[in-house]
Design a protein around this ligand. Structure first.
Ligand code: PBG
Length: 319
């Protein structure tokens, strides 16, 4: 019995190809069907502008979603943190697989840790969220660093350190893991220091909302705890009216009593990129049992953050 291949739409970057390849293997395992990669170029890949300038939301996903809607591909894999918080009606978020390491990491010269960087060290990141939290930490701990705005793929960013232009760059652990380059990390930043982007480390598998059989098949790759966590994080982001390039960090994690997971904690931060002002809050409660429950948790924390002035800390362009 030969079955038609499923077409997986993917960006061409090494990171996208790595994560699509991994999902392709998992999908052909659960469906018994071959999966064929279809490469698609997105605006986020071709534009040389800073992400904070090109509007942030959706630059990496729009072309993939268009290909899905036109029926040119059967499903697509996105980095969840790049996915806009509004879900188009015609597309289903069929699976959110088990999240890997959500932390940000440093790749620095001479194997340096973040707190061992010398005075005046230049740290590259294109992310206002990372800049805000690194600068806030530096201010409160007497470190003297300068965050430098950069963008580019993993090779480009690490290249700034290798060629001596920067002392360090900040990246997501998950991306380096998927690329097999985690050994280049010189410091894993604790989430107590830098909260990751909402959804960081998780993937989203999307297909047509009309394809019930495919939704069911892809659903086997879903991890319910990851889904509830990222739903709360993204609900918070949406309620702040912020996008993926806004200075917003959020992480929901599950607290276990022995073997039994019984509570979820949601932590979030908003800050000015220079780190002079931040609003950071946390809430802990029973693990939400429904999508609406997870949405409500995120919304409630966002409401408290807004009451403490969070909106004033997010630049106009990042919202
Ligand atoms: N902004 C681009 C992007 N989107 C997802 C990841 C990493 C993988 C992930 O977080 O799932 C990266 C690179 C990075 O931030 O270093």
């Amino acid at each position: 019995m030969s079955q038609k291949a499923l077409r997986l739409g993917t960006r061409r970057s090494k990171l996208a190809m790595a994560q699509s390849g991994q999902v392709a293997d998992a999908v052909s395992q659960v469906t018994g069907r071959p999966v064929e990669l279809v490469e698609i170029t997105t605006y986020g890949d071709t534009s040389r502008e800073h992400l904070s300038q090109i509007g942030g939301t959706g630059v990496f996903v729009t072309a993939l979603r268009d290909a899905l809607t036109r029926g040119e591909v059967d499903f697509a894999v996105h980095s969840l943190k790049d996915l806009p918080t509004t879900q188009p009606q015609e597309l289903a978020l069929a699976a959110v697989p088990l999240r890997e390491d959500p932390r940000d990491v440093i790749v620095a010269r001479d194997a340096l840790k973040f707190t061992d960087l010398p005075r005046g060290a230049r740290i590259g990141t294109g992310s206002p969220r990372r800049a805000a939290q690194l600068n806030a930490y530096a201010r409160s701990h007497g470190l003297d660093i300068e965050t430098v705005s950069i963008r580019g793929n993993v090779d480009t960013r690490i290249g700034f350190v290798r060629d001596g232009e920067l002392d360090a760059v900040v990246l997501a652990a998950a991306g380096l893991n998927r690329l097999g380059r985690i050994d280049e990390v010189t410091d894993f930043l604790s989430v107590d220091t830098v909260l990751p982007a909402p959804g960081q480390g998780a993937l989203a598998i999307e297909c047509s909302a009309d394809d019930a059989d495919l939704i069911a098949a892809l659903g086997e790759l879903d991890d319910p705890f990851t889904r509830v966590a990222v739903t709360a994080e993204r609900s918070l982001l949406a309620a702040l009216e912020a996008g993926c390039s806004a200075p917003v960090g959020a992480l929901a994690d599950l607290l276990a009593d022995g073997q039994i997971v019984n509570e979820m904690r949601l932590r979030a931060v908003v800050g000015t990129p220079d780190g002079t002002r931040t609003v950071q809050l946390s809430t802990t409660g029973p693990v939400p049992e429904t999508h609406d429950g997870a949405m409500a948790l995120g919304r409630e924390l966002a409401t408290e953050m807004l009451a403490q002035g969070a909106a004033g800390l997010m630049g106009e362009q990042a919202r």
